[in-house]
Design a binder for this molecule. Structure first.
Ligand SMILES: [Zn+2]
Length: 489
C-alpha cells in the first residue's frame, strides 16, 4: 500500500525573451521588453525592503498607540502599584475593564489605519503593505509580481518574527538580483506553455514570453517540464532570476508525488548505546545481521586532542598577567574551542541518527526501540559502570535519542523506549540471565547449557567464541516488550 505526499524540487532552467519574428518591429519590441525587465530588477528589491519594514511598522503601531495614550499609561501605573495605591478589589477590577476597552479600541484603530480609513475588510496587514508598494512601484513592477512578492514576504515575515524576537536572525535585507516572483498558475491555468513548433515558454505579465532553453539538459529538465505540461506534476511558487553574469533563469518549483512506504510495525529496530561502539542496531526478527555505527577510537582521538588544546588555553589564560586585550582574545579562543566541541558531537549525532533511520527503512521496520536513559549505564547500586564513564561524560545520548525520534517521526517510524534493566546481561536468544555472561565489552557467551545460538562458534578446545555483546544487547532492546515512558523514573 502506498500513500501520496509531495516533495518540492526547484529546477533552474535558462530563459531568454522570445523574439517575435525578424522584422524591425520585433527587434524594437524585444529591446523594450528587456528594458522593462531591467526596470523590474532595478526596483523589485526596493519594494521588497519596503514591504518588510512596513510589516514591522504594522506590528509596532499598536504599541505606539498605547505609549501615546495618557489614560492607558495612568492605568498601567496604578495597577502596577496597586498595593501602594491602596486599591480595592473593586477598583482593580474596574481599571482592568477600562484597560481592556482601550486595548480593543487600539486594535480597532490599528486595523482602520491599516485599511486606510475603512472600518472592515479581510487581511488588513497584507493589504496595507500591498497598498504601500503599489503606490510607489506600480509603474515599474507589474501588479501580479507585486502581489506575489507581497504574499511571499508577508509569510517570510511571519516565520521570521519569532526568531527575530529571540535574536536568532535579523530582518532580511533584499538586494538587486533577487528572484522575480510571478503566478505560474492563475485560476488553474498554467503560465507554462508549448507552442506549435514544440518550443516551451513562460507567459509572464505584460505579454513577455520567456523561452526555455534546456541546453545539454544533464539534469533532465525537459522531461520534468513535459510532465508539468501533461499535468502529471503540479507546480508551486516560481520565479525568474537574473544572475550576476547577466543570464536569466526560471526557478520552477515542481511538486513531485512521493511514494510513502507503509512500514511493517511488527518489525522493530533495537538501538543499543554501546560501550564498544557508539551505536549498535539489530532487527527483532533477524538472527544474523546487525549494524554498528561510529567509532569510539575516532571519538576519543578527537576528544583527547580537544582536551589537550583546552588545557593549554586554560593554562595560558591563568598565566596572562597583563590582563586587558590579550586576555580577552584568549578567552574568545577558548569559547570558540568549546563551541567547536559541541558542534562536533552535534554533527556526529546527526550522522548517527540518519544512519539509524536509513537502516530501519532499508529493513522495512516500522518501529525503533531504545533504552530509557534514566538509570542507563548504572549498576544496581546506582554506580556508573566503568565502561560508560568516559562516554556518559562527553556524549550527549539524550540529544542523539531526540534526533532519532524526530527523524523517525518524519519517516513514519514509531519510536518506543524500553526499560534498560539487564539488556546487556541477558541472552537475546533464550532469555537466560546470569551474571558474567558478558565476558568483556565486546563478547557475550550464554551460560544456559541448552542454548546454542547465544554462544557463538565452538573452538577445538570446547570453549565458545561468543557473540557480539552490543549486538546481543541491541537484539534484547528490539525484542523487549517492557515499554516505558521516556522521562519517567
Ligand atoms: Zn542463551
Amino acid at each position: 500500500m502506498a500513500n501520496t505526499e509531495f516533495t518540492c524540487i526547484t529546477r533552474k532552467i535558462e530563459v531568454h525573451l522570445h523574439r517575435h519574428g525578424d522584422s524591425d518591429e520585433a527587434a524594437l519590441r524585444l529591446k523594450n521588453e528587456y528594458h522593462f525587465w531591467d526596470e523590474i530588477n532595478d526596483n523589485l528589491y526596493k519594494a521588497a525592503n519596503r514591504i518588510i519594514s512596513h510589516c514591522f511598522f504594522n506590528d509596532t503601531y499598536e504599541y505606539r498607540l498605547k505609549l501615546h495614550s495618557p489614560r492607558f499609561q495612568e492605568i498601567e501605573k496604578l495597577l502596577k502599584n496597586a498595593k501602594r495605591n491602596k486599591l480595592t478589589d473593586e477598583e482593580i477590577k474596574e481599571l482592568k475593564a477600562e484597560r481592556k476597552l482601550l486595548f480593543s479600541d487600539f486594535k480597532k484603530q490599528r486595523y482602520t489605519f491599516l485599511r486606510g480609513g475603512i472600518e472592515d475588510g479581510a487581511n488588513p496587514e497584507q493589504n496595507s503593505t500591498y497598498r504601500v508598494v503599489s503606490n510607489e512601484f506600480i509603474d515599474t513592477i507589474p501588479s501580479e509580481v507585486l502581489t506575489n512578492l507581497n504574499q511571499n514576504i508577508s509569510s517570510t515575515y511571519k516565520n521570521y518574527t519569532i526568531d527575530v524576537e529571540r535574536g536568532l536572525r535579523t530582518i532580511p535585507n533584499y538586494k538587486r538580483g533577487m528572484p522575480v516572483p510571478f503566478s505560474i498558475k492563475k485560476h488553474g491555468v498554467l503560465a507554462l506553455r508549448k507552442r506549435e513548433d514544440g518550443s516551451i515558454y513562460v507567459a509572464f505579465p505584460k505579454g513577455l514570453e520567456w523561452d526555455l532553453s534546456f541546453g545539454r539538459d544533464r539534469s533532465n529538465n525537459r522531461e520534468i517540464v513535459e510532465r508539468v505540461l501533461s499535468g502529471t506534476y503540479d507546480v508551486g511558487n516560481s520565479s525568474i532570476q537574473e544572475a550576476k553574469n547577466g543570464k536569466r533563469f526560471l526557478l520552477l518549483v515542481v511538486k513531485i508525488p512521493k511514494e510513502v512506504k507503509i512500514l511493517d510495525t511488527s518489525r522493530v529496530v533495537g538501538v543499543d548505546l554501546g560501550v564498544a561502539v557508539p551505536l549498535y542496531a539489530a532487527i527483532s526478527d533477524n538472527e544474523y545481521g546487525g549494524m554498528s555505527i561510529g567509532s569510539y577510537d575516532q571519538f576519543i582521538k578527537v576528544r583527547m586532542r580537544m582536551n589537550a588544546q583546552k588545557r593549554e588555553m586554560q593554562h595560558n589564560l591563568r598565566h596572562t598577567t597583563n590582563g586587558g586585550h590579550g586576555r580577552k582574545q584568549k578567552l574568545h579562543a577558548l569559547e570558540r574551542l568549546e563551541g567547536k566541541e559541541r558542534n562536533w558531537v552535534h554533527l556526529q549525532n546527526h550522522i548517527f541518527s540518519k544512519s539509524i533511520i536509513e537502516y530501519a527503512l532499508q529493513n522495512n521496520a516500522g518501529a525503533i526501540q531504545m533504552e530509557r536513559l534514566t538509570g542507563f549505564g548504572h549498576d544496581k547500586n546506582n554506580e556508573v559502570d566503568e565502561g560508560y564513564k568516559f562516554i556518559l561524560r562527553y556524549w550527549s545520548f539524550f540529544e542523539l535519542q531526540t534526533m532519532i525520534e524526530y527523524k523517525a517521526k518524519a519517516a513514519g517510524i514509531e519510536v518506543r523506549y524500553i526499560d534498560p534493566y539487564h539488556t546487556s546481561q541477558t541472552c537475546s536468544f533464550c532469555g537466560h540471565y546470569e551474571k558474567g555472561q558478558r565476558l568483556n565489552q565486546s563478547k557475550f557467551v550464554c551460560k544456559n547449557p541448552d542454548c546454542v545460538k547465544g554462544k557463538g562458534k565452538q573452538r577445538s578446545d570446547g570453549s565458545f567464541e561468543g557473540i557480539n555483546a552490543d549486538w546481543n544487547a541491541a537484539r534484547n532492546i528490539a525484542l523487549s516488550t517492557k515499554i516505558v515512558d521516556r522521562k519517567k523514573k
